[in-house]
Design a protein around this ligand. Structure first.
Ligand code: AVI
Length: 328
């Protein structure tokens, strides 16, 4: 048997400049300015995110890696033979590779399907997996798509599916978006399919805040790259010297928020939107939410959306949880 590698684009949504311009227009044109976090992940932003994951303050990656290392065999023991292991928001695939290693060790049949909005991330992660697991037989079908387009493509398959939604990607939706996502996931899965979902747990606020404000300034750079991207792709003239990154913990909503704050009154023109946007001194653009979960909220979400929690794995500090959601 030979390894097979393939990359497909679904729906062409991620590369649509039109959608980007429209989203920037409506986000910056709103009373309370905001931009969707998905636009962080161009080739530069995806690399910056990989670098965030290596910062000592950014505990979610290290905690989840610890969980997957400790429990890989318990987790993969439940996978059906011939499974389509679909990794939503796969990034550099470092976390999923811990499960892949286990499956290969056990000589199990599976296809790995990394899904990411960033084509560069999909291609380079497949390349890296090929190197890491050289000598093994590995079938990979990479998909460049947004979450919901990738989910829609799951409807046509015949194999059993396990969805990986790791890294607390589920925390980046807007309010109520996690529940909506799980409902959509339920609709495309079949009874017996499952999902392994990474949740960042509620903990000491200082620990959370430090994770989004690392001393090396990588998170700050990650946020400001959004302006560079708008300048590059949409003909904007954001001057990053006049904005700062402001991470804030919102206790009421139990979420970390990233904002970009204008240091002075200024006007920014973005050619592709056909207009200019005024900023007041100290005005903020809300660019990301990262929800933090209680175990009760996780159980509630499963119950609401037609899943049974089969297992819950946590790191020794109880900072992070990977939950196995079985579709009922
Ligand atoms: C991808 N996502 C789960 C990260 C998070 O923690 O919300 C993105 C991130 N933003 C800043 N640091 C990390």
């Amino acid at each position: 048997l030979e390894s097979t590698y393939e990359v497909i684009q679904v729906a062409g949504v991620p590369s649509s400049t039109n959608t980007f311009a429209q989203d920037v227009l409506s986000g910056l044109g709103a009373e309370s300015k905001e931009l969707p976090a998905k636009y962080f992940y161009d080739a530069v932003g995806s690399r910056l995110f990989e670098s965030i994951c290596l910062q000592p303050e950014y505990y979610p990656t290290a905690c989840e890696a610890e969980i997957l290392e400790l429990y890989a065999d318990c987790i993969t023991a439940r996978f059906p033979s011939g499974v389509r292991l679909t990794d939503l928001g796969s990034g550099d695939c470092r976390k999923s590779s811990l499960l892949i290693r286990q499956l290969l060790r056990e000589k199990r049949q599976f296809t790995f399907v990394p899904v990411d909005i960033c084509e560069d991330a999909v291609r380079s992660s497949i390349h890296a997996l090929g190197k890491t697991f050289a000598g093994s037989t590995l079938a990979i079908q990479g998909i460049v798509a947004e979450y919901f387009d990738a989910l829609a493509s799951l409807r046509q398959r015949h194999e059993p599916v396990v969805v990986l939604f790791l890294g607390s990607n589920i925390g980046n939706f807007e309010e109520g978006g996690d529940e909506r996502f799980l409902n959509r996931l339920h609709a495309v899965l079949k009874p017996g399919d499952s999902a392994i979902i990474g949740f960042d747990l509620i903990k000491d606020t200082n620990v959370i805040c430090a994770a989004y404000n690392d001393a090396n300034g990588v998170t700050c750079e990650f946020n400001l790259n959004l302006f560079d991207r708008i300048n590059r792709e949409l003909g904007g003239n954001f001057d990053r010297r006049y904005f700062v990154h402001r991470p804030l913990f919102n206790t009421k909503l139990s979420r970390m928020e990233s904002h970009l704050m204008s240091l002075r009154e200024q006007t920014v023109t973005i050619a592709a939107t056909g207009r200019s946007f005024n900023f007041r001194e100290n005005e903020m653009i809300h660019v990301e939410s990262s929800y933090k979960y209680s175990p009760q909220k996780i159980s509630w979400l499963a119950e609401q959306t037609g899943f049974a929690i089969q297992a819950q794995f946590e790191d020794p500090n109880h900072y992070f949880q990977d939950a196995v959601f079985q579709r009922l």
